[in-house]
Design a protein around this ligand. Structure first.
Ligand code: PRP
Ligand code: URA
Length: 211
């Protein structure tokens, strides 16, 4: 598994405001979207393209367009929804599938409660988005879901990750073609398996506490 950690002052600046507990939900949502667009630039570095002939006002030339089948973006509901607009801004022709997952805060195991994905993902480039890679259980389960449908080229985009999460992902991913793009690699997990220093509960900060 290839791991790319963003190294850009704009990312670090936006992350600092995002982490701040005083940042209100409206600003938090905007920053998640902006950060995702910055990370998407890196995450789409190997997006498949094919050549296309066009004519400019001056001369014919050869360019590229995104290959078919269109890339598939998969936000992990809830918090991943906050990243969707940031991704489709860079990939406007992508299709979007959905996975709903909730980490059980006692067992730390992810429960899948919703799924809307194509049955056959062979040949599709998949981009999974979730702001938080904590223990790695949720993202690993989401990517396993995609493998089970035939996906063989998966890029995961997370705002924050941990060494524990990366290890769990490496173990699950094995020799599969997976790239992980992170806005920052944090120190680790606390006793509740929250990312330290992290930003708190991403879903709650985006959408409020619903349970
Ligand atoms: C958060 C986050 C990830 C998961 C990360 O979602 O968005 O999906 O926790 O934790 P893990 O790496 O230990 O599995 P949560 O389960 O809180 O659901 P939500 O998005 O609905 O708030
Ligand atoms: N889920 C979150 O939203 N935040 C964490 O720090 C860990 C899991």
């Amino acid at each position: 598994m290839r791991v790319v950690i963003a190294d850009h002052p704009l990312v670090t600046h936006k992350l600092t405001v995002l982490r701040d507990e005083r940042t209100p939900p409206a600003t938090f949502r905007l920053l998640i979207e902006e950060l995702t667009t910055l990370l998407a630039y890196e995450a789409t570095r190997d997006v498949r393209v094919e050549s296309v002939e066009i004519t400019t006002p001056v001369a014919p030339t050869t360019g590229v367009r995104l290959s078919r089948p269109a890339p598939l973006i998969v936000p992990i509901i809830r918090a991943g929804l906050g990243m969707l607009e940031g991704m489709v801004k860079l990939l406007p022709t992508a299709e979007v599938g959905f996975l709903g997952m909730k980490r059980d805060e006692t067992t730390l195991q992810p429960e899948t409660y919703a799924e809307r994905l194509p049955e056959d993902l062979s040949g599709r480039q998949c981009f999974v988005v979730d702001p938080m890679l904590a223990t790695g259980g949720s993202l690993a389960a989401a990517i396993q879901f995609l493998f089970d449908r035939g996906a063989d080229d998966v890029t995961a985009v997370c705002i924050l990750g941990t060494p524990e999460g990366i290890s769990a992902m490496r173990e699950m991913v094995g020799e599969h073609n997976v790239t992980l793009v992170l806005g920052a690699l944090d120190q680790g997990l606390n006793e509740q398996a929250y990312i330290v220093p992290g930003l708190g509960d991403a879903g709650d900060r985006l959408y409020g506490t619903v349970d």
